[in-house]
Design a protein. Structure first.
Length: 118
């Protein structure tokens, strides 16, 4: 008889590995874009608050930033889920940690949307 393992993870192995790699590449692209903007803004114009405000007023920048933040949230969820799954053996404690992590990540994502789109 096969004993069922109580785990709250949705997708093991290659799927999680691939998701983390894709979100890591997305974060790398976002870092490069921001770095290029900072370098160009300092060389071409006097970079100040107004410059940054204008940069983030473009819709495609807002969309790209929100997608990047979603990637960070997904990346963090996969990493934290794996750490909790590996080190927390009690099922009820694991569920508690998962719930706290999910609430924190969803709250962070919603807060980022409020800041970005307000």
């Amino acid at each position: 008889m096969v004993k069922e393992r109580k785990s709250l993870s949705a997708g093991h192995g290659v799927n999680s590995w691939l998701q983390q790699r894709i979100t890591a590449v997305l974060m790398l692209v976002a870092i490069i874009v921001l770095f290029v903007f900072m370098v160009l803004a300092n060389q071409i114009i006097d970079a100040n608050f107004i410059t940054w405000q204008q940069f983030f007023s473009f819709t495609f920048v807002k969309i790209f930033t929100q997608i990047t933040i979603l990637g960070v949230v997904l990346h963090a969820w996969i990493g934290m889920r794996d750490v909790v799954m590996d080190y927390v053996k009690s099922y009820s404690t694991r569920v508690t940690f998962y719930t706290m992590i999910i609430v924190w990540l969803v709250g962070s994502f919603i807060y980022s949307a409020v800041i970005l789109w307000a």
